[in-house]
Design a protein around this ligand. Sequence first.
Ligand SMILES: Nc1ncnc2c1ncn2[C@@H]1O[C@H](COP(=O)(O)OP(=O)(O)OP(=O)(O)O)[C@@H](O)[C@H]1O
Ligand SMILES: [Mg+2]
Length: 366
Amino acid sequence: MAGIDIEGLATVYPNGVRAVDGLDLHVADGEFFALLGPSGCGKTTLLRTIAGLEAASEGTVRIDSADVTRVEPGKRGVAMVFQDYALFPHMNVSENITYPLKVRRVAAATRADVASRTAGELSLQGLLERKPAQLSGGQQQRVALARAIASEGKVLLLDEPLSNLDARLRLEARTFLKKLQRDLGITTVFVTHDQAEALALADRIAVMDSGKLRQLGSPREVFARPVNTFVANFIGSTPMNLLPGTVTTSGTGAVSVAGGSLPATTGSVPADAEVTVGIRPEYLTVVSGDVTGPALRGVVVVAENLGTQSLVTVDCDGTLVGVTVPEEAEPTPGTAVVLTAPASRVLLYDRNSGELLARQPATVAS
Ligand SMILES: Nc1ncnc2c1ncn2[C@@H]1O[C@H](COP(=O)(O)OP(=O)(O)OP(=O)(O)O)[C@@H](O)[C@H]1O
Ligand SMILES: [Mg+2]
């Protein structure tokens, strides 16, 4: 069972930067795990520390239950794909793929077998004699993956492996990567700064900030129920609305925000508590006609086409609120609209700490 267990891990660079800062993490055997976070939050450093390319300053790394914290990189059973692929320009595809085997003095005939089998798995047949410069970006990316897979590591660490591809190739590569990981069943940690990619690929996601984990959960949990406003802001292709609000009635009640109020499961959050109200544009709806319950009133400022949906920005008493609507229902700027949301989708965060007020009953089944 090649899981990864990280306990109290810190990686401090010689200049004093604590790039990984007291991190606990368990990646299960065979799991496709995505690591997400803003630039500079420590994603690459964490991968490099798991691989042994950076030394852990504190804590332990276990792979397959064995403590590898002080084990040299080549002996950890880890294969890493770097953001820039790091292919050897003077070697052809076959030599690139089997280089890790050559280092281990595996016989040439065996290496040739591995090269042709792996090339088959990654649709690289017919390219084995080419040099990296004679390949497209997507093909180079597959060679880098093939090399990682041919090394038969127990875990695969991928540092933004799709970032050099254009949008269409990237989409193809990500479907391919997901299928490959499923077929091989290899424990994979995948770094990306593209959260749509993480939501699409991963069994679980960790969101990092300043060397620490801010949330860990299934893509659905992290999307629907961010545990703090940092994650709420970071996840989602259209940002979550975060509105200053005040609890009007506790129990099953409502919160008042600029332009009106929204229903909320306030639980034991007391009346008059000042909160930050989190509501995704996808969970707000534009209602026509009369509404009886809590609602927001505003005027449409602008509508942006997102494909089949439009993101409509509504001015609610000076506060801008985003709501997505089907493309054909897009209201014209200047229209007065009324918005509502189900109470189960309205999240309440502590105004000061930004933490989700956990006293609310859980609303999301995973
Ligand atoms: N060799 C180094 N020496 C000193 N500080 C470093 C070194 N490498 C990275 N850092 C710092 O450590 C922090 C984490 O860097 P890291 O490269 O792990 O971030 P990242 O999350 O991978 O960012 P990105 O999304 O931009 O790739 C940053 O503050 C960075 O400036
Ligand atoms: Mg990085």
